[in-house]
Ligand binder design. Structure first.
Ligand code: PLP
Length: 401
């Protein structure tokens, strides 16, 4: 017997660390979602930059159902075909020669930070353990990843936190230069700070980071959990910049909605992990890898990546036109289909109100902090859905302003 549930059930039985919207989505198709009352929403949120091919993409449904009839889970005591195929494809598409799989972005970063420390200890000794990260960055919610993350609000109340981590202002080359030394084992950067407000790294900053890491035998770690797998119009954002990291973390779009994370690196660095050094029961799960494999096969096609750039232009033109009629934003920015609209001073701190207004007009959007509306729709969203979504966004802004 199925139990009747409503939004009120959430407040009765769920931990209060979330405050979800007032409606409950029950099904989705492409960039449309329907709630319990059959109200139809347009999805510009994409499950927080996860649903790279929209909801229930037929190819992903087929990959999942096919694998569901074969084998669901074997653990890393045994390997499986989907994980090997996915790792082979990711190494073919990127700088990487080795892949570690896990279940989320935080876990991919956790593995990346541990590997960077281990590599430094193995090759240079225990003093080389400093991790340099950026203020305002976000790397996940485990204790290590919130500590590397540059938003103190996420570590408050959780002390003592791991040490050996220093933060510099994002895009500040002088501060980076002053911070990096022979003690540094890793410099960790999001090519575009997602949660921090959709702020892109300057090419010169990434170039300086690469040079300083090389000079001091430190590893350059790119957190591409949000920017990766087509989100920014290249398969990974590092390709757009032309700056190659030593370790890259990936998740979100990788699984198209099925939970999976990955850490990518070179063979030389990977060798610092040996059997037993690190692990995950579910990492490399056949169901997750079968879905991710199909998602990667589709998203890595040049025409799909070109489609992301074309859709960016359409979204950008639409958002600018809306802002001309309802001037609430002082900046509209982003790369590919990771876009941010920053509220002007007159509306500062009110991004959640815009999200609420959008909900009223049956549009799902995200915020990135108190001042930025974030949009991360499906990478294959139909033009019709973009246009309809933008019309709803305009109606929401009309109410809001
Ligand atoms: N890194 C970045 C850049 C992210 O945007 C996120 C999630 O928003 C994470 C890491 C954490 O990923 P997850 O929530 O899958 O653990």
């Amino acid at each position: 017997m199925s139990i009747a549930v409503t939004r009120a059930t959430f407040d009765e039985v769920m931990m209060p660390n979330y405050s979800p919207a007032g409606f409950i989505p029950v099904r989705g198709l492409g960039s449309r979602v329907w709630d319990q009352d059959e109200r139809e929403f347009i999805d510009f949120a994409g499950g927080i930059a996860v649903n790279s091919l929209g909801h229930c993409h037929p190819e992903l449904v087929a990959a999942l159902s096919e694998q569901a009839h074969k084998v669901w889970h074997v653990s890393n005591v045994f390997t499986n075909e989907p994980v090997l195929r996915l790792a082979s494809l990711l190494t073919k598409l990127t700088f990487a020669e080795r892949v570690f799989f896990c279940n989320s972005g935080a876990e991919a970063n956790e593995a990346a930070f541990k590997l960077a420390r281990k590599y430094a200890v193995d090759h240079f000794g225990p003093e080389k353990n400093q991790i340099i990260a950026c203020k305002n960055s976000f790397h996940g919610r485990t204790l290590f990843t919130v500590s590397v993350g540059g938003q103190p609000k996420y570590t408050e109340g959780f002390a003592p936190v791991p040490g050996g981590i220093d933060h510099i202002p994002f895009n500040d080359i002088a501060a980076l230069r002053a911070a990096v030394s022979s003690r540094t084992c890793a410099v960790v950067i999001e090519p575009i700070q997602g949660e921090g407000g959709v702020l892109a790294a300057d090419l010169a900053f990434l170039r300086a980071a690469r040079e300083l890491c090389d000079e001091h035998h430190a590893l350059l770690v790119f957190d591409e959990v949000q920017t990766g797998v087509g989100r920014c119009g290249s398969f990974y954002a590092y390709m757009e910049y032309g700056i190659t990291p030593d370790i890259l973390s990936s998740a979100k779009s990788l699984g198209g909605g099925f939970p999976i994370g990955a850490m990518l690196t070179t063979s030389a660095i990977a060798n610092s992990f040996t059997p037993g050094t690190h692990g995950s029961t579910y990492g490399g799960n056949p169901l997750a890898c079968a879905v991710a494999l199909r998602a990667v096969e589709i998203i890595s096609q040049p025409e799909v990546l070109a489609g992301v750039k074309r859709r960016h232009q359409r979204m950008l033109a639409g958002l600018r036109a809306i802002n001309a009629r309802y001037p609430v934003f002082k900046d509209i920015r982003g790369m590919g289909l990771l876009m941010g609209c920053e509220l002007s001073e007159a509306y500062a701190g009110r991004s959640r109100e815009v999200l609420k207004a959008a909900e009223t007009h049956q549009l799902m959007v995200l915020v990135a902090g108190p001042n930025v509306i974030r949009l991360a729709p499906s990478l294959v969203i139909e033009d019709l859905d973009i246009d309809e979504g933008l019309a709803r966004f305009e109606a929401a802004l009309a109410d809001f302003s």
